[in-house]
Design a protein around this ligand. Structure first.
Ligand SMILES: [Zn+2]
Length: 308
């Protein structure tokens, strides 16, 4: 695999310590091992070196979950996740006008847009952007309006959107600063950007940061944040931070255990109890993470940013 060296996307320097090493335990797209580095200045965790952008189709195989998260394949997990996500999405939308324009950046197969189409106000304009043509195809097949490409390269109108989402997107990006700057440009004054991403100030990170942590998602997560590094990036772009908190998720707990079992060559039936399809382990770790979230240590970070 072709790799490239990088630096902290927040501080723009490479002054970091190795913190974790691991492989692609989930999709086995290659046999390479990868190194996670933590910036000594802001705490950002970043893959260095990371795959070249040209390796995109290798590291995102066609069975990648964000291309096809459907009720048919995920059954009850799809239903439960949908009902939780609808509540969250609508809570971020509650101040929006009836004719609001909403953009989902990194929309995948359109999971969030479909929920808003079903449960949101009927005059909202819903649009998505994704860099992967398979994701865009899946979203278009569902009847959604989706642009193929990266948000800074697509000719979207300035000062036009009331709300943008980046839900589990920023950690995949090559250039988070450039993307946030482009999103800020297309938002209306006072428009909001909601970012949800893995939290490196969580308990699951502390346990598994040596290599098995699900949030590393080797080699697909290139930049992983804590509250400090995310706030620093948002301020550098010129956003006001309206809220920065943590959010419950069982996924990184489940995948941390999954990854350890894979590396220890545990029997397949046992490994399969720790995936996105395993309701028992997802339910158990949702309970655990809901306790941790009360102490500000939930598995995900959530920022609500405002364009002044
Ligand atoms: Zn840094």
């Amino acid at each position: 695999m072709n790799l490239t060296f990088t630096k902290c996307c927040v501080c723009e320097i490479d002054d970091a310590e190795p913190i974790g090493v691991g492989a692609d335990y989930e999709y086995r797209t290659g046999n390479d091992t990868f190194l996670a580095m933590q910036c000594n200045s802001c705490g950002l965790v970043y893959l260095n070196p990371r795959p070249e952008v040209s390796e995109f189709e290798t590291i995102y195989p066609s069975d990648y979950h964000a291309f096809n998260f459907s009720e048919k394949d995920f059954g009850v997990v799809y239903k439960i996740r949908s009902s939780l996500e609808v509540k969250r999405l609508l809570s971020w939308c509650k101040d929006l006008p009836d004719n609001a324009r909403i953009l989902d950046v990194g929309c995948g197969d359109g999971f969030h847009l479909k929920l808003l189409r079903e449960y949101g106000k009927k005059d909202w304009t819903l649009e998505g952007v994704d860099i992967d043509k398979r994701a865009v195809q899946a979203a278009e097949n569902a009847g959604l309006k989706v642009y193929l490409g990266s948000v800074e390269k697509i000719d979207l109108p300035k000062d036009a959107y009331d709300l943008a989402f980046m839900i589990q997107t920023i950690e995949h990006l090559e250039k988070p600063y450039e993307i946030l700057t482009a999103v800020k440009r297309i938002l209306k004054p006072n428009g909001k950007l909601v970012i949800v991403t893995d939290n490196t100030d969580s308990i699951d990170f502390r346990f598994f940061k040596g290599g098995y942590w699900g949030g590393y998602h080797f080699p697909r997560h290139w930049n992983l944040f804590n509250q400090n590094s995310l706030a620093k990036l948002a301020e550098k772009v010129g956003f006001e931070i309206a809220d920065l908190t943590t959010q419950i998720s069982p996924v990184n707990w489940v995948y941390s255990i999954h990854n350890a079992l894979v590396d220890w060559r545990a029997p397949r039936f046992f490994v399969n109890r720790f995936t996105l399809k395993s309701t028992v382990s997802l339910a158990a770790f949702t309970s655990l993470d809901s306790v941790l979230q009360k102490f500000g240590k939930g598995a995900l970070l959530r920022a609500i940013l405002r364009k002044l």
